[in-house]
Design a protein around this ligand. Structure first.
Ligand code: PEP
Ligand code: MN
Length: 338
């Protein structure tokens, strides 16, 4: 249920609605929006009678929400969520590009890559300090030392930092260091981690699980938002199929589907979808053409010696080419980046 207040509703009237919701044993959640004052209701297992709210002063409408996810749905908030980082507005009319290595390996490695991607026009630097690896014998990341390196990268280049939290303890460390906390595909349904992310003051980049439906992705985002964190960026990064010409299959149809169901920004990770660098630029172009709000791309200056995901990492020159090509595409009236 969504309670939409009249434009001129007083604080007293809003408080009265909140009180009524609490009296039912439910939780009122203010829905941020420029167009209207609205209050979402969460915690109910069955339908709520809208008549309970019609008669309260200042109430314009009481709208039942048909989807299982509420706060992240467009039904509840028709206008797009835009997450500001100074001049950069994720989900706004301009594309956001996050680029960097799969893993933080050394300060020198990160600075070399960060300077190159910044020169090409990236807004954020990515790099995992804590890596969720399939094999326990693979490089697991530099841990806290990696976070210190990322902080140095921000100081030296001005690029904002995106890095992954793989569990509760790491999330507490990562939210101190990062501008955006990434929850990876493997943790998309780690519900206790999602709840913890919902209490973080930092925006969350939530990647789609490798076999998750769109509804499951949106329900995962709902876990975060229900705890109070409304700053969520979704990410399509390919799903597992029978195809063996790529690491995963990039589900481009997820972008228009998510944009119609949710107000949250959605970006695309062509690198983990492709698994091979020669597919990354074409998939990026496809992502922008179907209306993604941005990209997260792996770049390495020496991918042959990368400690993680070298085969899918672009050389810096290829990243420059990618930026040129998506700028051209974004300039064309091909997709509504709205
Ligand atoms: C990553 O971004 O480095 C990563 C591990 O991605 P995913 O969770 O999508 O596999
Ligand atoms: Mn990777």
């Amino acid at each position: 249920m969504l309670i939409v207040m009249q434009k001129d509703a007083t604080q007293e009237q809003i408080d009265r609605v909140n009180e009524e919701i609490k009296n039912l044993g439910l939780t009122p959640v203010p829905i941020p929006g420029s167009q209207r004052i609205a209050i979402g209701i969460i915690g109910n297992t069955g339908a709520i009678d809208p008549a309970l709210f019609f008669e309260l002063d200042g109430v314009k409408e009481a709208i039942p929400v048909s989807k299982p996810y509420k706060l992240v749905s467009r039904e509840v908030k028709p206008e797009n969520t835009v997450i500001p980082f100074g001049d950069i507005k994720v989900g706004g009319s301009e594309l956001t590009v996050i680029a960097g290595p799969c893993a933080v390996e050394s300060l020198e490695q990160c600075l070399t890559i960060a300077r190159a991607v910044k020169k090409a026009g990236a807004h954020f630097f990515r790099g995992g300090a804590f890596k969720p690896r399939t094999s326990p014998y693979s490089f697991q990341g530099l841990g806290e030392k990696g976070l210190e390196i990322l902080i140095r990268v921000r100081e030296e280049t001005g690029l904002l930092i995106v890095t992954e939290a793989i569990d509760h303890d790491v999330l507490s460390l990562v939210e101190e260091a990062a501008d955006i906390v990434q929850i990876g595909a493997r943790n998309m349904q780690n519900f206790s981690l999602l709840k913890r992310a919902g209490k973080s003051p930092k925006p969350i980049l939530l990647k789609r699980g490798m076999s998750a439906t769109i509804e499951e992705l949106l329900m995962a985002a709902e876990y975060i938002m229900a705890e109070g964190n409304h700053q969520i960026i979704l990410c399509e990064r390919g799903v597992r199929t029978f195809a063996d010409h790529s690491r995963n299959t990039l589900d481009l149809s997820a972008i228009p589907a998510v944009k119609s169901l949710s107000h949250l920004p959605i970006i695309v990770d062509p690198s983990h979808a492709a698994g091979k660098r020669d597919q990354v630029i074409p998939l990026s172009r496809g992502a922008i053409a179907v209306g993604a709000h941005g990209l997260i791309v792996e770049v390495h200056h020496d991918p042959l010696h990368a400690l993680s995901d070298g085969p899918q990492s672009l050389y810096p020159e290829q990243f420059e080419e990618l930026m040129r090509s998506i700028r051209m595409l974004a300039g064309l009236p091909l997709a509504a980046h709205k």
